[in-house]
Design a protein around this ligand. Sequence first.
Ligand code: SAH
Length: 205
Amino acid sequence: MRLKHIKGSEEEVASSKVVIKNPETYIGSWNKLFNNKNKIELEIGMGKGSFLIEKARRNKNINYIGLEKYPSVLLTAIKTIEEENLPNIRIICTDATNVDKIFKKEISKLYLNFSDPWPKKRHEKRRLTSSVFLNKYKPIFKGFKVIEQKTDNDDLYAYSVSSFKENGYIVLKKNTNYFDDIRTEYENKFISKGKNINYVKVIKL
Ligand code: SAH
């Protein structure tokens, strides 16, 4: 994605209560942070956050965590979460490679929405559905490992489906013309251009 550096974004992210600093220190105790025993769902690469925020508004009995690498894209999400005072959503600003140092047996579902496709073969390991990442996700799940992915990118979709299968996941649902009533920023953009949206939901015991 194109990255605009927004002046002061690091400071704003650092001072917001909805952004959890030193997230590794919460490993194994995220439910304590939310002060309930509800399920926790994670989105990696949340971007501006409209998907996760809408999920949090509609499902008060589920906790949501959005992980995003770049502080500049997070400003919109932070503002909305603070204004609406949503208790069941928090943000972590870090790279996805750290995910196995942050969660241990506490995530019920992982969302990957419009992840960077990294089309070059030599960048395969950077794709969030490569075996490298699927191995990293293993210890974060509590019970069944459930992943839902949406993407405009047909090649990333095909790659992900085969990578999931190679890594022992079972496909529960897939659809190359998916319509979701909770959309991400990228999803809206691609739909307005007439692009089909690919969706896959997988599970591993
Ligand atoms: N999910 C949003 C944004 C999609 S763009 C939407 O659908 O609208 C992909 C997002 O993933 C970007 O915000 C990018 O900064 C983030 N991202 C890419 N690689 C990442 C990584 N390794 N760790 C964390 N976030 C990452």
